[in-house]
Design a protein around this ligand. Structure first.
Ligand SMILES: CC(C)(COP(=O)(O)OP(=O)(O)OC[C@H]1O[C@@H](n2cnc3c(N)ncnc32)[C@H](O)[C@@H]1OP(=O)(O)O)[C@@H](O)C(=O)NCCC(=O)NCCS
Length: 354
């Protein structure tokens, strides 16, 4: 127990706590049998309840509540206003063996305003998004998007928390948008007037090598687009420059639980060099940040090497293959990492016109 901390008037450390860190913010309270190792940083106005262990490489923001019986191992980062329920278990070694230590400890990040229900278990390297709610007893194996409510083992999204904490239970759905604006590109909802452009792209001898075959009939293409206009489970976008020149297509479809599929991703010859990366980032920003999906799945023709290499550089995991295709998935965490890595290609937030 450190007297230097205990005796400061503007914070309270119970005499039965063992606190080695000197970094504890104003008006924080630390109760009986709490152990905090040297190096840990604890913000102000926190409440650390009895029987909590906080290791040295842990950061807690301001106004954080840590209920009894919680251990926060190295690598945990907790932002402001987070609630950690009783007996929540954090893990920091995915494949533990006694006396063998991971080379690098993954960070577990709890974004501001998140709450973790009692007895939940958080696997290593997970990000719990802003204001997300993890149900009591959940086993969280994948990162949780902002404002998502997850329950169960493995934890799945069952709804979202609104801005005023009102809940809406239900899985994410793919919906159309009139426009989605990125940095130099715009997605525009496809309509029957795009039939000729789409047909030209899809029947181009080079481009069509890796596509499912398309009938070269303009009327059929128009009919398909009219049928599409009545559907509400997919979004087919024309990719345009901000000047309104169409340069490609992309489609979001086949929602499965919290994962969406994307494809029909074609760019015309002569499109700007950065259009591929920017449009991929826009697809993910729209699906993850706006529609609240948590992951994506898609397939790529084995022969379409430049495209599967692109997805692999982006962080997608090859999970299976068929005679023709490689099947990929990509999770929330990896998508967020990619957004960070390629942030110069997108504005702070994409603009969505519904
Ligand atoms: C996740 C949670 C916030 C959902 O609350 P809610 O929106 O009021 O949800 P409801 O009670 O209406 O339940 C909705 C459905 O989810 C299920 N459900 C709720 N919480 C669940 C949980 N933790 N695990 C699994 N399923 C859960 C319910 O059984 C119900 O299913 P049903 O429709 O098939 O009957 C809440 O149940 C919870 O776990 N809160 C954390 C409590 C806690 O640990 N507090 C900290 C200590 S004080």
């Amino acid at each position: 127990m450190s007297d230097a901390v205990t005796n400061q008037l503007d914070r309270f450390v119970h005499p039965l706590a063992d606190v080695a860190t000197k970094i504890i913010g104003k008006d924080t309270r630390v109760w009986q049998f709490v152990v905090i190792l040297d190096g840990a940083k604890i913000g102000s106005e926190c409440n650390v309840c009895a029987h909590v262990l906080i290791e040295g490489d842990v950061i807690l923001g301001d106004r954080v509540t840590v209920k009894s019986g919680v251990q926060l191992p190295n690598g945990v980062r907790v932002e402001n206003d987070v609630f950690i329920g009783p007996n929540v278990t954090f893990t920091n070694d995915k494949f533990p063996r006694s006396k063998q230590y991971p080379d690098k400890i993954p960070q577990t990040i709890l974004r501001s305003g998140a709450s973790i229900g009692g007895g939940a278990i958080i696997l290593p390297g997970i990000i719990i998004g802003e204001a997300a709610m993890v149900g009591a007893g959940a086993v969280v194996t994948r990162s949780v998007p902002d404002r998502a409510i997850v329950v169960g083992n493995p934890a799945r999204i069952v709804g979202y928390v609104g801005m005023n904490d009102e809940r809406s239970i239900g899985l994410p759905k793919i919906s159309k948008a009139r426009k989605v604006q990125g940095k130099t590109l715009m997605f525009r909802d496809a309509n029957e007037n795009d039939a000729a452009f789409i047909l030209k792209l899809r029947t181009d001898s080079q481009k069509s090598r890796y596509l499912s075959s398309t009938d070269a009939d303009l009327e059929k293409q128009k009919a398909w687009l009219n049928h599409y206009a009545e559907q509400n489970d997919q979004a087919y976008f024309i990719i345009e420059t901000l000047a309104g020149e169409p340069i490609g297509t992309v489609r979001l479809y086949d929602a499965q639980a919290d994962s969406f599929c994307w494809g029909s991703w074609i760019m015309k010859e002569g499109a700007p060099q950065t259009a591929a990366i920017e449009s991929a980032l826009m697809v993910y920003a729209y699906a993850i940040d706006h529609l609240k999906f948590m992951a994506a799945h898609f397939d790529v023709r084995k022969g379409n090497e430049s495209v599967w290499r692109f997805h692999e550089r982006f962080g997608a995991q090859k999970v299976n293959s068929t005679e023709l295709d490689y099947l990929y998935t990509i999770d929330f965490n990896t998508i967020k990492e990619a957004h960070k890595k390629y942030r110069k290609f997108l504005p702070e937030t994409i603009l969505v016109l519904e």
